[in-house]
Design a protein around this ligand. Structure first.
Ligand SMILES: N[C@H](CCC[C@H](N)C(=O)O)C(=O)O
Length: 280
């Protein structure tokens, strides 16, 4: 038996248990994520995130959903990883490079009184080719297409931000029975690796309201890659304009997204809640 030091952090209420893996090792992160994500018997969170050393960047992020599955990318998580590296001195730099399973991402720290309070992330290019999302549908891209999915006919736009997203536009997402419809999208066979699903109300050409059902974690208070996918989809469907800032209102807070052909940029908070130790 031993102990692991952790830091609880969140971005817009999307909370994870973070581990400094420069100085400690985690044998079985899948099992640990399932155990610690439990909000009654564990620490509580949407998963765990390991902050690891890297030969090619200032650090490397590994993220595990609450069900133990490892994901390719996490937008709220990478902002907190940047904050962790900056605040702890592991990489006390305003411009940080963080390696992920979907490549190196570039982060700019926004600091106040010597601490990182928010981060701007270059999330890279949005991927629209169905086979690379992946989604098993014909065509060069899936934008505003009505398809049979989740037991019904829905108009969807599919985007990868390193992880798969399915975006739908409609009325107030707070009126949705997300517990019922979310898993139906997540597990639908047209998404061979599962999918994160965003339900969007367009408020105006610069503002979206979003609710999300995340692959491997269920409803979360926010999803950074999901907000990026939603802004990309809003531009592709003509609700918003490329190159202009789009504010996405999520249940846990706001993110500002800017989408161009070359890259998607996201800005949002990164918050430390507490440090702790856990017996393993
Ligand atoms: N559930 C996601 C990973 C977490 C993404 C989300 N929390 C974010 O902030 O981007 C997946 O399996 O692709």
């Amino acid at each position: 038996m031993g102990t692991l030091k952790f830091t609880k952090m969140h971005g817009c209420g999307n909370d994870y248990v973070y581990f400094d893996c420069f100085s400690q090792n985690i044998e079985d992160p899948e099992t640990l994520s399932i155990r610690l994500s439990d909000r009654h018997k564990g620490v509580g969170g949407d998963g765990i995130i390991m902050v690891c050393p890297s030969d090619i960047a200032d650090g490397r992020m590994r993220i595990f959903n609450a069900d133990g599955s490892e994901a390719m990318m996490c937008g709220n998580g990478i902002r907190c990883v940047a904050k962790f590296l900056y605040d702890t001195g592991l990489a006390h730099k305003k411009h940080l490079e963080i390696d992920t399973l979907s490549g190196v991402k570039y982060c700019d720290i926004i600091e106040k009184n010597g601490e990182a309070v928010a981060v701007t992330v270059d999330m890279g290019r949005a991927e629209l080719v169905p086979g690379r999302i992946p989604v098993s549908l014909p065509g060069e891209r899936i934008v505003g297409e009505t398809v049979s999915v989740a037991g019904g006919e829905y108009e969807v736009t599919c985007v990868s931000m390193g992880n798969p997203h399915c975006v739908l536009f409609g009325g107030d997402p707070m009126e949705l029975d997300l517990e019922t419809v979310g898993p139906r999208f997540e597990k639908d066979p047209i998404f061979p690796q599962g999918v994160n699903t965003e339900f969007i109300e367009v408020i105006d050409s610069h503002t979206l309201k979003m609710r999300v059902w995340e692959r491997g974690s269920g409803e979360t208070m926010a999803c950074g890659t999901g907000a990026c996918a939603a802004a990309v989809a809003a531009c592709l469907n003509g609700y918003c304009k490329m190159g202009e800032d789009i504010t996405v209102h999520l249940r846990g807070g706001d993110l500002v997204i800017n989408y161009t052909d070359e890259r998607v940029r996201m800005t949002g908070e990164a918050v430390k809640v507490f440090d702790g130790e856990i017996e393993v």
